[in-house]
Ligand binder design. Structure first.
Ligand code: BGC
Length: 741
């Protein structure tokens, strides 16, 4: 971006209409190269001679606006004529629009600023720059209203009006940085599956898939005719359109016709939906062929695939993929539909390993982690949401803040980029120091207020925080994150002795405080005595963490696993775990000889279980195990998303244990892996692969009578240790192998 380009904006007469900043120029000489650099406080679309430039949607994306904003670079050489018009249409987006459940600030479109430089190189070697300044003109556009939560109005009947010259915006701006993340792009196009007339008489179109993006509509109607669409994820138990779970987000899209053939689309917002209700439509007969749902998310490349002999698990896998598609729109969000859609750190911490199997998410996470580091407090604190939204997500919580360590480590393991790890290492260490310096006990993280085992089932119905004592969870994560800092430091060739010592002390303090006779116990000093929920230590989540984070001695293993299995039996063969315990419980079982029980949980269909939602028609992952219960009732109005990827983290078990593909700590980017498939006759077969940076790794197993046939493909430069029950471990190098056992 040329440093002489000025931020420009328009006057308040623009109201809610998206401004169109325009500049005309003629080239005179032959252009051999032309590049456009563009950014906005808001979101923008760039047009050259009325043609949209590039594949981006809602660029410049979402970064920590207090610190930095990206600009995008486009090659426009082939788009120029002798006389040219540049146009930048901008919406409020994340930079100026209402964001967070506090819904601030209430700006109109005069708050938007844009900046651009067009750099031309002529065939005689000379050059010219066209920069935003007060010679640019402002016009109205067809986008009459746009807010991320509330929706968008596209008015093709309104005249385009010239409002005058742009103003130079001299207010302080965040640092402009070259784009570090992926472009946000339009991806799958989903056709309607049916038109439903609900019992209330509503005209509803079902797209058959919960997703994120917008509905494109092609229609010919009279000038000024309106199509008004509400969006919903589910129908209620009577089959009526249900929007209560969207809370304050109106999600209303209005298309106003020009009188000719129109194709409508959104530009500056996105909806999370499976169904639309036609609140207004100009004809009695609905032509559903005119509608298509367009998925919008970051331009991440698919890397993983999976299929097995159980159709319900295959549906679960599809729901996990759609959950990722729906929540990887520039930053990892909790959910994409209600007045939230924020970068909750805990959700990303839980899901990042799965995310990096499904898609190549290195760049995606690197950008988000960069914002996290910029927003980290002096004392090392990490907020609940990144980018931070003041008064939303400001709680500093175990398992949420640990995203600062767990995400860089998982992303390093998946892609092997030491530079990325080095960039994040200071943040990782500072977060551990935050936990270390908190409160009175040096080696415990105790006495703080957390999110706990969020949505765990063991504290009673309707209570958000599961029963597991939060001091126990916090200190377990303190130990785990410290152990990962040691691993990361070693990978970077750093001296890790300080953190090794710290880890030993935290582990010891954990065991002395939270364990007795090899099982977890309550530390009564803080929240055990002072909350309005039952607080327990003898929980599935507590034991899963102890087993997963290595907080036990060898002679305690059997007792811990035994108790975990008992607790599952006590809960009628189901899990009680929430956000904290769920990603670990299957691993805790199968790592310790009880793959059979892990499979029982995976195949469980009663609530709570993964397949419960599948049986109830889910096409994405639900926020609650029973977002809709057996009676068809909704969990709640306030917190009931049908597109929350967190519990989709089970796929890291399906990939890492069912298929058995695990990256060794010293084998980042799948250069050194273990393959240890855990088969189960109830599933019949499983096969899957990852297109790793090192080449494709594929594993399949299939029951043939009482035997199992394994087919394995390893790329060159990958060393795999194959572990199959009853056979001696075997080292495999690049090639394909078949084993029957
Ligand atoms: C979000 C969660 C998030 C949580 C914090 C919720 O509102 O939707 O996914 O992690 O708050 O506990």
């Amino acid at each position: 971006m040329n440093s002489n380009a000025k931020w420009i904006k328009c006057g308040s007469e623009i109201g809610e209409i998206s401004p169109d900043f325009r500049k005309c120029f003629s080239t005179g000489k032959k252009v051999v190269s032309a590049k456009a650099y563009v950014s906005a406080i808001g979101v923008y679309d760039l047009f050259i001679n009325q043609k949209k430039v590039g594949k981006g949607y809602m660029e410049p994306g979402w970064t920590s606006m207090e610190h930095r904003v990206q600009y995008q670079t486009y090659d426009i050489t082939d788009m120029l004529d002798e006389y040219n018009e540049i146009s930048i249409i901008a919406g409020k987006g994340w930079g100026c629009g209402e964001i967070g459940y506090i819904r601030l600030p209430h700006n109109d479109c005069s708050a938007i600023s844009v900046i651009a430089s067009i750099e031309l190189t002529y065939d005689d070697g000379t050059g010219e720059s066209i920069l935003t300044d007060d010679s640019w003109e402002v016009y109205t556009s067809e986008i009459a209203f746009s807010e991320i939560y509330d929706g968008e109005t596209v008015d093709k009947s309104a005249p385009v009006v010239r409002l005058g010259r742009a103003y130079i915006d001299n207010t302080a701006k965040p640092e402009l940085i070259d784009q570090v993340g992926e472009f946000i792009t339009e991806r799958e196009r989903v056709l309607p599956s049916e038109l439903i007339i609900t019992p209330k008489g509503e005209r509803v179109i079902d797209f058959g898939q919960n997703m994120v993006g917008y509905v494109e509509l092609s229609i010919k109607a009279s000038k000024g005719d309106r199509i008004v669409m509400s969006h919903a994820e589910v129908l209620d138990k009577d089959g009526n359109f249900y929007t209560d779970n969207l809370r304050g987000a109106k999600n209303l899209v209005t298309y106003i016709c020009s009188g000719g053939e129109d194709t409508f689309r959104l530009r500056f917002s996105f909806r999370g939906f499976r169904y639309i209700r036609l609140d207004e439509y100009p004809f009695d007969e609905v032509d559903i062929d005119g509608f298509v749902a367009v998925a919008v998310y970051s331009d991440i490349k698919r890397t993983g695939r999976f299929v097995c002999g159980n159709d319900k698990l295959n549906r679960l896998y599809s729901n996990i993929i759609w959950g990722q598609r729906s929540n990887f729109l520039d930053i990892p969000t909790d959910c994409p539909q209600r007045d939230e859609r924020m970068g909750w750190t805990g959700d990303a911490e839980v899901f990042c390993r799965t995310a990096a199997i499904n898609y190549d998410v290195e760049k995606f996470f690197r950008k988000w982690l960069g914002d996290m580091a910029l927003e980290q407090g002096e004392n090392g604190l990490i907020w609940g949401v990144v980018p931070l939204i003041r008064d939303c997500g400001e709680r500093i919580s175990a398992a949420w803040g640990d995203a600062a360590v767990i995400c860089p480590w998982e992303i390093y393991k998946a892609y092997g980029n030491l530079e990325m790890l080095r960039e994040n290492y200071p943040m990782m260490k500072k977060w551990v120091e935050y936990m270390h310096s908190f409160g009175e006990e040096e080696f415990l993280w105790a006495g703080a207020y957390h999110y706990g085992d969020w949505l765990g089932m063991d504290a009673g119905y309707g209570i958000y925080m599961g029963a597991t004592q939060t001091d126990l969870i916090a200190t377990a994560f303190f130990a785990y994150s410290t152990s990962l800092v040691v691993k990361a430091g070693k990978a970077l060739g750093e001296d890790t002795s300080y953190f090794e010592e710290l880890y030993k002390n935290v582990r010891k303090a954990f065991r002395e405080t939270f364990m007795k006779d090899g099982l977890p116990i309550i530390y009564p000093k803080y929240d055990a005595l002072s909350t309005d929920r039952p607080v327990k230590a003898d929980t599935q989540t507590a034991i899963s963490l102890i087993l997963r984070f290595g907080l036990f001695e060898e002679n305690e293993r059997e007792g811990l696993v035994g108790r975990l299995v008992e607790l599952i039996k006590e809960y009628d063969g189901c899990m009680t775990t929430g956000f904290v315990g769920t990603p670990h419980i299957l691993h805790a079982l199968s790592d310790n000889g009880r793959a059979d029980v892990a499979y029982d949980l995976l195949l469980q269909e009663k609530n709570p279980s993964w397949l419960f939602s599948v049986n109830h028609g889910a096409t994405t992952i639900w926020e609650h195990w029973d977002s809709i219960n057996d009676e068809g009732e909704m969990w709640d109005v306030e917190m009931n998303s049908f597109n929350h990827y967190a519990y989709g983290s089970v796929f890291d078990w399906m990939f890492g244990d069912m298929l058995g593909i695990k990256i060794c700590d010293d084998g980042a980017a799948y250069t050194k892996i273990e393959i240890e498939p855990l088969t189960d006759k109830r599933i019949g077969f499983a096969e899957g692969a990852i297109d790793s940076r090192n080449g494709e790794i594929a594993v399949s197993w299939r029951y043939v009578g009482e035997k199992v046939r394994y087919d394995i493909t390893i790329p060159e430069n990958t060393e795999a240790t194959l572990k199959i029950k009853g056979l001696a471990p075997k080292t495999l190098k690049g090639g394909s192998y078949t084993i029957v056992k």
